[in-house]
Write a protein that binds this ligand. Structure first.
Ligand code: FAD
Length: 262
C-alpha cells in the first residue's frame, strides 16, 4: 500500500492570437478595444477571450458602432462583473482549462464525471494497469486513528497479495503471453481493487462549468476528497482569472459565489 495525496496540476490554458483578433477588429471598426486592453503583466487571455466574445454580441467595442449602444464599460473588471451578474455565461464557455488530477480515487472520479456539459475526460485505464501496489489516500483524521490504520493497511496488503497471486496464477508474466490476454485478465483483476484506489485523469472544463463545479463540489455536503480537489482547483482558477473567480466567499473550504449558475 502506498499512501498518497490528491494533487492538481493545471497543464493547459487558453492562448489568444492577437494578430487575428486585430484583423477581425479592423473589419468591424473595433480596433480601439485592442488598444485599450492592458497587454502588460496583468493581461489574461482567458478573461480577454470572454470579454471579446461578450463584446462581439453587441458590437460594443466602441460607443456608436452599434447605434443602440451609446455607452460602454471600458474597464475589463466591471465588464466581466456585469457578464456574471447578468448570467450571460455562454461567453465563458469559450475558455477551457485542462488539469491533471493525480492520485485521486475512483470514488472521486466517479462523482466528477457526473458533470457533463463543458468537460472532457481521459482517465487512466485499469484494464491495463496492474494493482500490486495500491495507492491510497487517507484523510488526516483517519491517519490519527491507529486501530483503523492497522486494519485498513492489513486489508489493502491482503488485496495486493491477491493481485500478485492472480498475476502468477494466470501466468501474465510468462513468455509469449499476448497483450490481449493480459488486458482481459487485468481487467478482471481490477474488480478486486477498492473503490478508494488512487488513479489519475486529465480533466478539461470551461469557465462556466468550473464555476458551477467549484461551488457544487466544495459544498459542505460534498465528499471530503472531492472537496479537497475542488478547493485546489478554485485556488488555481482564482489566480488564473481573478475577474471571473474573485466573487467567491470561501468559508471552511466551502466556495460560495456571489453569482450562481451564470
Ligand atoms: C453533495 C452532492 C451529493 C450528491 N449525491 C448524489 C447521490 O446520492 N446520487 C446520485 O446519483 N448523484 C448524486 N450527486 C450527483 C448530482 O445528482 C449530479 O448528477 C452531479 O452533481 C452533476 O451536477 P449537475 O446535475 O449540476 O450537472 P452538470 O452535468 O454539472 O450540469 C451543469 C448544469 O447544466 C444543466 N444540465 C446538465 N445536464 C442537463 C440535462 N440533461 N437536462 C437539463 N439540464 C441539464 C443543469 O442546470 C446542471 O446543473 C450528488 C452531488 C452532490 C454535489
Amino acid at each position: 500500500m502506498r499512501s498518497v495525496e490528491p494533487e492538481v496540476f493545471l497543464v493547459a490554458r487558453p492562448q489568444l492570437d492577437y494578430d487575428q483578433i486585430a484583423a477581425y477588429l479592423r473589419e468591424v471598426g473595433g480596433e480601439s478595444w485592442l488598444e485599450r486592453l492592458d497587454r502588460g503583466d496583468l493581461d489574461i487571455d482567458a478573461q480577454n477571450l470572454a470579454e471579446f466574445a461578450g463584446r462581439l454580441c453587441y458590437r460594443s467595442w466602441d460607443p456608436g458602432l452599434n447605434p443602440n449602444v451609446t455607452r460602454i464599460r471600458t474597464e475589463q473588471d466591471p465588464y466581466l462583473q456585469n457578464i456574471l451578474a447578468s448570467a450571460h455565461g455562454s461567453v465563458l464557455e469559450h475558455a477551457s482549462f485542462t488539469f491533471v488530477l493525480h492520485n485521486i480515487s475512483r470514488v472521486a472520479t466517479h462523482e466528477l464525471v457526473r458533470h457533463r456539459p463543458g468537460t472532457a475526460v481521459s482517465q487512466e485505464s485499469l484494464r491495463f494497469v496492474r494493482l500490486a501496489d495500491i495507492p491510497f489516500w487517507f484523510p488526516g483524521w483517519a491517519k490519527q486513528d491507529a486501530d483503523l490504520m492497522k486494519r485498513a493497511t492489513a486489508l489493502l496488503e491482503q488485496m495486493e497479495e491477491f493481485q500478485r497471486w492472480m498475476a502468477g496464477h494466470f501466468g501474465l508474466d510468462d513468455e509469449g503471453v499476448k497483450f490481449s490476454e493480459k488486458k482481459h485478465k487485468t481487467s478482471f483483476m481490477r474488480r478486486f481493487a477498492p473503490d478508494g484506489v488512487a488513479t489519475g485523469l486529465v480533466w478539461t472544463a470551461n469557465i462556466r462549468t468550473l464555476r458551477h463545479t467549484i461551488e457544487a463540489r466544495t459544498d459542505q455536503g460534498a465528499e471530503e476528497e472531492i472537496r479537497l480537489v475542488f478547493g485546489k482547483i478554485g485556488e488555481l482558477m482564482r489566480a488564473e482569472a481573478p475577474a471571473l473567480f474573485g466573487d467567491y466567499t470561501v468559508t471552511d473550504g466551502t466556495w460560495v459565489p456571489r453569482w450562481r449558475k451564470v
